[in-house]
Design a protein around this ligand. Structure first.
Ligand SMILES: Nc1ncnc2c1ncn2[C@@H]1O[C@H](COP(=O)(O)OP(=O)(O)O)[C@@H](O)[C@H]1O
Ligand SMILES: [Mg+2]
Length: 232
């Protein structure tokens, strides 16, 4: 008998039913899009979903400032990251790409201890773009991303990585990554006649039957809400 693939809820409203129930357990998922397309909100919403189910999460960022994120998420969505942190369900790590590089060289290093202490099962790296810039050529980039994926697997986490571009497949920064990740979700914020419209596309998701349409989504008080009935 085959084991059913275990699914981890994305926390994005109306997204899970498009992807057989959620991300695959222990998978690495890339969320790619331009500035302001909703990557950080997506990533934190994924962690908040875990927190609601008492699954601790770690948010590693190179760009975002803790106070600003805490303030914005509380004000916009009512997600009280400071409280979750006190409860031991959320860790905010402001790392430099060099620190993450060190973690890779040490085969886990400081994050090993953190995972043991918090029992985190969800992890976000926001964004992977500046990390990838540390490596000059495709081969070393590929080696580094493989090392990172091995660590995520060892830690037993389901991961969301954000990527700052939307031009995948053109030899851009994440091309080493795009073949290795388990899924890629593209976020768009495109100008139409009436103004900009948000939409998302599941470009790939291993082991999952998913639609090939581009679905509109909104950001409201609850965070990102996919509209499964409105697509292009
Ligand atoms: N409460 C809100 N309601 C609607 N839209 C919001 C809200 N908060 C933020 N946004 C939108 O989300 C955008 C920022 O999303 P973010 O996840 O930070 O983008 P990215 O990380 O892709 O740069 C803002 O530019 C704004 O348009
Ligand atoms: Mg962001």
């Amino acid at each position: 008998m085959t084991d059913k693939i275990r699914r981890i809820s994305t926390g994005i409203k109306d997204m899970d039913k498009l992807i057989e129930g959620g991300f695959k357990k222990n998978s690495v998922n890339l969320i790619a899009g331009g500035a302001g397309s909703g990557k950080t909100i997506f990533a934190i919403q994924f962690l908040v979903e875990g927190i609601r189910n008492k699954e601790p999460g770690i948010y590693i960022t190179f760009e975002e400032k803790k106070e600003k994120i805490y303030e914005d998420m509380l004000y916009c969505f009512g997600w009280d990251l400071a409280k979750y942190e006190k409860e031991g369900l959320f860790v905010f790590l402001e790392y430099t790409p060099e620190q993450v590089k060190r973690v890779l060289i040490e085969g886990g290093g400081t994050i090993d201890n953190l995972i043991t202490r918090t029992k985190a099962t969800r992890m976000v790296i926001d964004s992977i773009t500046s990390f990838a810039l540390l490596y000059k050529d495709e081969l070393t980039k590929k080696e580094a991303s493989l090392a990172l994926f091995e660590l995520i697997d060892k830690w037993g986490c389901t991961a969301v990585l954000t990527s700052q571009e939307h031009t995948l497949g053109d030899g851009s920064i994440s091309s080493a990554l795009e073949f290795e990740v388990d899924s890629i979700i593209l976020l768009y914020h495109i100008k139409e006649k009436i103004g900009r419209v948000r939409s998302l596309e599941i470009l790939k998701m291993r082991g999952t039957k998913h639609p090939h349409k581009t679905f509109y989504f909104d950001i409201n008080k609850g965070g990102i809400v996919v509209n499964p009935k409105k697509f292009v």
